[in-house]
Write a protein that binds this ligand. Sequence first.
Ligand code: ATP
Ligand code: MG
Length: 293
Amino acid sequence: MPQTQILQAEAQPRKDRTPFQRYLPEIITITSGKGGVGKTNLAINMGISLSRRKQRVLVLDADLHLGKLDIVLGASPRYTLADLVEGKQPVEKIIMKHPSGIDILPATSGELDLIDADDRMLKILSESFASIQSLYDYLLVDTGAGLSPTVLTMAMGADKVILVVTPEPASVADVYAMIKVISSKSPELPLILVPNRHARLEDGVELHKKLNLITQKFLKTNIYYGGSIVEDNAVRQAVIRQQPFVLEFPNSQATNNLQMVCHRLLKFPAQEFEKRSNIFDRLREKRKEIDSA
Ligand SMILES: Nc1ncnc2c1ncn2[C@@H]1O[C@H](COP(=O)(O)OP(=O)(O)OP(=O)(O)O)[C@@H](O)[C@H]1O
Ligand SMILES: [Mg+2]
């Protein structure tokens, strides 16, 4: 598909939904045990790839380090949810419409961390979000790394969690720790492993196999395989050019691998519509659970 067409492509509502169901996007949180493993790149490029498959995607930037969005997209947010809570801007103004077809909701800023947001704030956010959530099929939540309350809340509030892991032993050990905590708090939550930066696809498959054996044995938890993305210079080059790699290098191996990750995700059973809910209502619930743990 030529790029102009991709940029103009308007996602169609899915046919399998009643009007009520269309109000609730599926929430997928992308996280990792260790930092710098490729979460933000995955969230953005996956969002673009899904939008090319006629899915309407909102990426919620829940990472405290806002600068990362600039790096991957070459675009800085003008406003964040702090402006909404303070009544300075309506939610429509806060959403950044990127020409690649995805929308971005910059959630955190120096002034407002969602976890510190009090109940009144979360209620404002929930009501504002209710007015726009029908516009999306997927809400991809890009988090920071590690077991912070913000990351845990975002993971536990999701319908599915994607865990990004690299071959480094520290990354593997940290993702195991993450699986342990999330699965003990939310045993039903599907955890999907996406190995990144391996030399070969088979190495990612192998890592999933080994890790899954260990989590099955010691945690009684199954982790799903979401597909791997190999180490590819195209990703680094795209980051330097401040462009998403799927657009800058559409024929690269990383893009090819990412298409498979999206393909698998779309084939994975979607969360039942009755079980979906507003992300900010979930944050309220989950935060209480984490606080009382
Ligand atoms: N498949 C890949 N091949 C080559 N380099 C990669 C790949 N994936 C990620 N990288 C490199 O890793 C860097 C970090 O990626 P990214 O910012 O997406 O990680 P992150 O997990 O979001 O980091 P943080 O934890 O700081 O938010 C990128 O700038 C890129 O250079
Ligand atoms: Mg990041």
